[in-house]
Design a protein around this ligand. Sequence first.
Ligand code: ZN
Ligand code: ZN
Length: 429
Amino acid sequence: MTAAREEMACHICLFPLNTLGTPPTYVHPIQLATDGHQPVPVPVSQLDTVNRHCDFCGDPYPAWTLVGGEVTAVAIGAAAGLVQNLGHAWAACATCQTYIDDDRTEKVVDRAMQAFGLGDHPQIRERIEELHQAFLNARQPGRTLITTTAWPATVITARELPKVRDRLTRFYRSEDSLPTALAIAETRHDIAAGLDRAGLFWIDDDFTDLAEYAAEKLPDVTINRDLMPSTDGLLVWSRPVTPRQITAASWTTTSDGWLLINYRAIGGGLDGKPLQRLREHVGWLAPMNTAQVHEQHVLPGTQPAAALLATWLLIVQQAAEVTTAEADKATRKTYARTKRPSPEVRIVRLRANRSTTPTGIRSAPGDLGSPQARRFWVSGHWRNQPYGPGRALRRPVYINPFLRGPDDAPIKLSTTVRMLSSHRTKPDD
Ligand SMILES: [Zn+2]
Ligand SMILES: [Zn+2]
């Protein structure tokens, strides 16, 4: 008997690796065209993002892991290069999952034939069908959400936030599993309860830019409840932030401190029934990584929660102007029906000296007016500042010429500010 070996992926290209021989050598999948690099195996559980494909049809955005019959190394047509070493856990994209749920598995075979450019060769079709059936006939109940898929970006608006929260809450209470690497199987119901009472925060474009930039240089932060703008919360940035492409983060008060969770947006690029199902069963957000922290816990500024911590700190130091938006009519009605108070979304904007904003902050050249316009705050830095009773505590405060200081000191207009374009081709200094 051999213990189940943990799945590995290549740290460079993020593709899951196949194994050869005993002890195992890790190799790139044969059909994968790499730039020639040697695989660098790391356990999949340590990666936020894995370049997995649907094992039924090759779609690059798999949504679910299914467990079924053990299927080993099957190669069909050397020219087509289809080599699958699948084992008993298969990744399924939202479309294949929809067909499987609806008992239309012939449609899944169609997708595989199309994706691999196999035309309608009847013998190959038959073999693929056999392969799928070998797996599906032994399928075990349940499924696990794949949280490592790098979906195309999805915009979540402030108005949608109550609905986004409600779907996420429902997913946490559902039967669908989450990867064990997230280590939240036991706390799912507590997270759902926390989300029910969570303050909802939507961070606007400028504040998102500032928070992302400031997060890059975040020093170590001592966790303290005063840092958080509400006891429990869900916060969405106007676009995905940091190289991890985090769209949202939640914090939940637990018996032992707080559970911080980063989320990615899912379902981008889907439409029709598969999108509808995904929104219904999971919603808009999938947890990417989690951290349990407690009072006085020192979190290094480089860890995954940096974007959330930087955003909290900027709100706490009053760099933010917070307004409240009502949810849309449909959401208000839904809440009224279930006798819940109408949800409020707090919109977080940059509190800047209005007279300096138009000239002081500008978009990258050529990006004006585009929704992708990126702005960079290249000056500014964190400084540990005393606060609290007897000024005995320390927390990082972001010092930036566009922000009023923590003591509401006037902005120093003489401060030189340099801006870089998003492509960094022509640093204008
Ligand atoms: Zn690689
Ligand atoms: Zn598929």
